[in-house]
Design a protein around this ligand. Structure first.
Ligand SMILES: *Cc1c(COP(=O)(O)O)cnc(C)c1O
Length: 382
């Protein structure tokens, strides 16, 4: 039997940088600067240089990055935050934690990202009703593929709304030659271990070109501190990135460009085998995915079940991201129903995708031959 192929592999990389990791972690242990060590600022400079943006602010997770970004805008009760119905739960949770209302928007069948026509329709409905103030759009670059940022930026500029890029799955992706981190007013990254740049624990960052926003983010991640440590200027939170995670991420950044190139080769190998045979995520002109995941669309849940079984019989990993649209989740269903008077319009693409999508193995320590074998197993099961 052939070797197994894992959906993710968060350990293979370690053998390449193990000595550097050990040396770096030991240096933090020796320094005792477990919080706010110099490695945090060094990582921030490295991330900003990579993305080509003015500022990076390390924070405790991708979720906290989203929360700090929304706190900085003063988003709260009475505000509507527009976001896709087909994404990870954190995107929707944050506006509710701050007292704002999520308004779920459908995604496009080709890209699985925000459907701009549906976004415009829902903004118009909320404005017409006059109960909530349209305040922000959170675009998610699902599975590493950039959302339609030109359109989201244009809509937000016209409406005076905050454009937040939830790039938790998409560090390394680019649109029109500009890496994410320079689209929207700010971008939130997650360093959860399975993301394209993953820590050995939780972590995240905010990227922005706006110096005032970056300064606010630094204050908010440290309890809203002012110019001196014991001056509290605003309500903040404990949202800092650990020094040990920062130094681990610095070690991993030395491999990151090469890993991205391998993810793109794997994406191309999957596309070559699968495009035209099953549904694949289609990039808009100028969008370069970083392939956080490679996700296909099968005709129906029965076909998906057959394919998953065939993959599992070959010890090839797969996963369903996401089995339930957010507006159907118990935590969000009532908020959704109440978000637009008379009931919000349906979200048919988000609902269909939940029954059809399947993510295939994608990590930089598998080969193109592995991707081709996974793809052939999919096709044989159909
Ligand atoms: C992973 C993820 C988050 C949350 O990141 P954490 O670091 O786990 O808090 C937010 N949004 C999306 C789209 C994600 O995939």
């Amino acid at each position: 039997m052939s070797d197994p192929i894992a959906l993710f592999d968060v350990k293979a990389q370690q053998s390449l940088i193990r000595a550097d990791l050990d040396r770096r972690i030991a240096a933090v242990l020796d320094s005792g600067r477990f919080i706010n060590g110099p490695e945090v600022a060094e990582l921030e400079a490295t991330l900003a240089a990579f993305a080509g943006c003015g500022h990076a602010v390390g924070v405790s997770s991708g979720t906290d990055a989203l929360q700090i970004a929304m706190m900085a805008e003063g988003i709260g009760p009475g505000d509507a935050v527009f976001l896709p119905a087909f994404t990870y739960t954190a995107t929707a949770e944050v506006p509710l934690v701050l007292g704002a209302k999520p308004v779920f928007v459908d995604v496009a069948a080709e890209s699985f990202n925000l459907d701009i026509a549906d976004l415009e329709r829902r903004i118009a409905l909320v404005k017409a009703e006059g109960r909530l103030r349209p305040r922000a759009v959170v675009g998610v670059d699902l599975f590493g593929l950039p959302a339609d940022w030109q359109a989201i930026e244009a809509t937000c500029a016209r409406e005076g709304m905050f454009a937040l890029d939830d790039a938790a799955q998409a560090f390394g992706a680019a649109l029109d030659g500009r890496r994410l981190g320079r689209w929207g007013h700010a971008a939130a990254l997650s360093f959860y271990p399975t993301k394209t740049l993953g820590a050995y624990g939780d972590g995240g960052a905010l990227l922005t070109d706006d110096a005032d926003r970056a300064e606010l983010y630094r204050s908010l991640r440290t309890h809203g501190e002012g110019k001196t440590r014991y001056e509290v200027e605003r309500t903040g939170m404990n949202g800092r990135l650990d020094t040990i995670q920062a130094t681990i991420l610095l070690a991993k950044m030395s491999l990151f460009e090469g890993e991205l190139a391998q993810r793109r080769r794997l994406g191309a190998a999957y596309d070559a085998a699968l495009a035209g045979r099953v549904g694949v995520q289609v990039a808009q002109q100028g969008a370069e995915s970083c392939y956080g995941l490679y996700t296909i669309r099968l005709p129906d849940p029965e076909a998906r079940g057959r394919v998953q079984q065939a993959l599992s019989a070959q010890r090839i990993g797969s996963g369903i991201y996401y089995p339930k649209a957010l507006h159907h989740q118990p935590a969000y269903a009532t908020h959704h129903a109440a978000s637009i008077a008379g009931g919000p319009p349906p979200l048919p693409v988000s609902e269909a995708l939940c029954h059809q999508v399947l993510s295939l193995p994608m990590h930089p320590y598998m080969s193109e031959a592995d991707a081709t074998r996974a793809a052939e197993t999919v096709l044989a099961a159909l």
